[in-house]
Design a protein around this ligand. Structure first.
Ligand code: WTA
Length: 647
């Protein structure tokens, strides 16, 4: 049995939930979801209170998910207005800029209200109305949060595109939802370098098909061209509008946002989240999982371009009247002490980051951590990928001084909020285990082939969820068929997460990683099909197959096998060119770490690429290739092993 780290007694005694409370609440949540969520739905201010709670079906062909469907509310009002009377002068957002010598900003709830109302009025003036889509392509600056909340305030649907994505990826997402406006900034400083966001957006607009306008935030003052009649400076437009904007009354099931995410096939899909269930669940998980208390300073290091930034920088914390920290920079600039200096300076109580960052920092030595005063820290969290026990122990001992429970939170863009995690005052955490389901979540282990539920443990299989929870994605934007096919067709009657899992002898849950063709690079999801299609778009490439391989820092690296067109020469220059090509097509996170020339790929006689074999070779584990007898030409395997890149 692995080590288990029980919460300090005092922390458990004062936590929102100790073990008994968790057990009681969890049992209630699954015994009668309607009663449980009717009660917890009240944590949100409704304009018209709901009378219906749960109305959900997981039937393939007829999947429908509705929560609180006759209630109305406004999320911006819940994240801002309702706090004004009691905490108007409290800091809502602490913004820590990239440059460590620049002043941090403290934005109060009152100020947040004014900023959001103004931006909402500017968007309205640009023609945005309820139900319209607005794409955000932003640095990590407070205006990113203002823009999200401004959309929520007027009932527009936002789609945040990570600032590291390429112009092509941006254009696809703008066209995909036919956005009225793209909100961006002149440049995005990160790690001392400026990404030319506006220039990238201009390039994207060359292939934008609709009549889309651009709203531009001045961040660096860099010299950028503005297109007359299309581009608007935020600071100029804001000077013309009121700082009051009445919140739109939204139905619980009106869409709040679209967020594109990679799957195992095809182009990234637009995950749709709606209003009522999302905010109930995001705020509740933020409170319980991080044991958030009034006055705490909460820091989630994610980018707002990912779901973690949506739920745990902006919506969850602000709905709870929290002080949330937004960090523009990177963990290693100007040096590996940056995270810990920010924790010290702002007396951070909850710190939430990704295993990849921890692994990178761990390698730099403990001194970067121990020279900072981290006594304010109470809870540590991780998300995005499985955490290896070494990184977990380092986080616990060196960063947390063996006092702070670690919450290893398993969830997905699709789930909107945490699905499995220890609660900090309730569970003795085991390094690497997601431990327990959150309230209302009913995970099951299925036997991968038969799809039978495995109810005894220890056991291993694929991870599915048996019944709906309030912040579940509702559909794929514009493609409900794809939604049903992706998540409800492999195992009928269940939501299939795409992950494998284990339960140990105590019944605790362990996530073992993706079981589909999605690779997890530094906690970012990348579909192998996406990288392959970028590669074959290059004129020299005939065919490619992309797989993941174990990478010390990133968790998984991208390994690409490439077959060139007849007559092309296999050169090192071309290898570099292809790497840069993928970077340009998708973005730096998709750049292959290793490219192996593969004049032949292992295929079955029916022409199907045997990815299992390619994965084994990439993992440098070719001793256990398994059955290769069905290959059309087994000799290609020897050739691939001979020339493998990951020795
Ligand atoms: C993986 C991020 C192990 C998993 C919130 C999932 C994890 C995918 C964990 C979703 C964790 C996330 N332990 N694996 N604690 N958290 N994952 O949509 O494979 O960017 O399916 O959402 O990340 O990634 P996404």
């Amino acid at each position: 049995m692995s080590n288990a780290y029980a919460p300090p007694a005092e922390l458990a005694a004062n936590a929102h939930a100790d073990e008994a409370k968790y057990n009681e609440m969890y049992a209630a949540s699954v015994a009668d979801p309607d009663a449980f969520w009717a009660e917890h739905g009240k944590r949100i201010d409704w304009i018209k209170p709901f009378t219906k709670v749960k109305n959900t079906r997981f039937d393939f062909g007829d999947v429908s998910i509705k929560w609180f469907e006759d209630g109305t509310l406004n999320i911006a009002a819940n994240c801002i207005d309702r706090h004004l009377a009691t905490r108007g002068t409290q800091t809502a957002i602490i913004w820590e800029p990239d440059d460590p010598t620049a002043e941090a900003q403290h934005i109060t709830y009152q100020q947040l209200h004014a900023h959001v109302c103004k931006m909402a009025n500017v968007l309205k003036d640009m023609g945005v109305t309820k139900g319209d889509r607005v794409v955000l392509y932003m640095p990590m600056i407070p205006q990113a949060a203002y823009a999200m909340l401004a959309c929520a305030r007027i009932g527009a649907i936002h789609s945040v595109v990570f600032g590291g994505f390429s112009p092509d990826a941006l254009a696809a997402r703008v066209n995909g939802c036919d956005a009225k406006v793209v909100v961006t900034a002149d440049e995005a400083p990160r790690g001392g370098r400026n990404t030319p966001l506006k220039t990238n957006a201009d390039k994207a607009f060359e292939s934008v098909t609709g009549d889309t306008k651009m709203l531009v935030v001045k961040r660096t003052g860099g010299d950028i061209p503005m297109v007359e009649g299309r581009d608007v400076w935020l600071h100029e437009a804001e000077a013309q509008v009121s700082d009051e904007c009445p919140p739109e009354e939204m139905n619980a099931e009106d869409p709040l946002f679209i967020l594109y995410t990679s799957g195992s096939t095809g182009a990234p899909k637009g995950v749709v989240h709606t209003t009522g269930g999302y905010i109930v669940y995001a705020s509740m998980t933020h409170q319980y999982v991080f044991d958030y208390k009034d006055g705490d300073v909460f820091w989630c290091t994610a980018d707002v371009g990912w779901v973690t930034g949506h739920s745990y920088i902006v919506y969850g914390p602000l709905a709870n009247g929290a002080t949330t920290l937004m960090f523009e920079g990177v963990p290693t600039y100007p040096d590996a002490s940056r995270f810990w200096q920010v924790c010290e300076e702002h007396k951070v109580n909850q710190f939430y980051t990704a295993p990849t960052a921890l692994r990178a920092l761990m390698g730099q030595g403990d001194n970067y951590v121990t020279k900072c005063d981290l006594s304010s820290l109470r809870i540590l969290g991780t998300v995005g990928e499985p955490i290896n026990p070494e990184a977990w122990e380092w986080y616990y001992k060196v960063v947390g001084g063996s006092r702070c429970p670690i919450v290893d939170t398993w969830w997905q863009t699709e789930t909107g909020g945490h699905m499995m995690t220890p609660l900090p005052g309730a569970h003795a955490a085991k390094p690497g285990s997601a431990m327990k389901p959150f309230f209302g979540v009913q995970p099951v282990v299925l036997e991968p082939q038969s799809g039978e539920e495995i109810t005894t443990y220890p056991c291993e299989g694929v991870l599915c969820i048996k019944d709906s929870w309030p912040s579940q994605m509702r559909t794929v934007w514009g493609d409900h068929e794809r939604f049903m096919k992706t998540y409800f067709s492999d195992y009928k009657g269940y939501y299939f997460a795409g992950d494998g899992c284990k339960r140990d002898e105590d019944g605790d849950w362990w996530i073992t990683g993706r079981v589909d063709d999605v690779i997890n690079v530094s906690g970012h999801r990348m579909g192998t099909a996406e990288v392959e299609s970028a590669l074959v778009a290059h004129p020299a490439v005939a065919e490619s197959a992309v797989v993941g391989y174990p990478h010390e820092i990133k968790g998984q690296g991208i390994y690409a096998y490439v077959t060139l067109m007849a007559g092309q020469e296999y050169t090192d220059e071309l290898r570099t060119e292809l790497s840069n090509w993928v970077r340009k097509e998708i973005g730096p996170i998709a750049k292959p770490d290793l490219i192996q020339w593969a004049p032949g790929l292992p295929k079955t006689r029916s022409g199907k690429i045997m990815r299992r074999i390619l994965r084994k070779i990439a993992e440098n584990d070719y001793g256990a290739l398994g059955d290769t007898s069905t290959l059309a030409d087994p000799s290609v395997v020897d050739e691939l092993i001979e020339n493998r890149m990951n020795r």
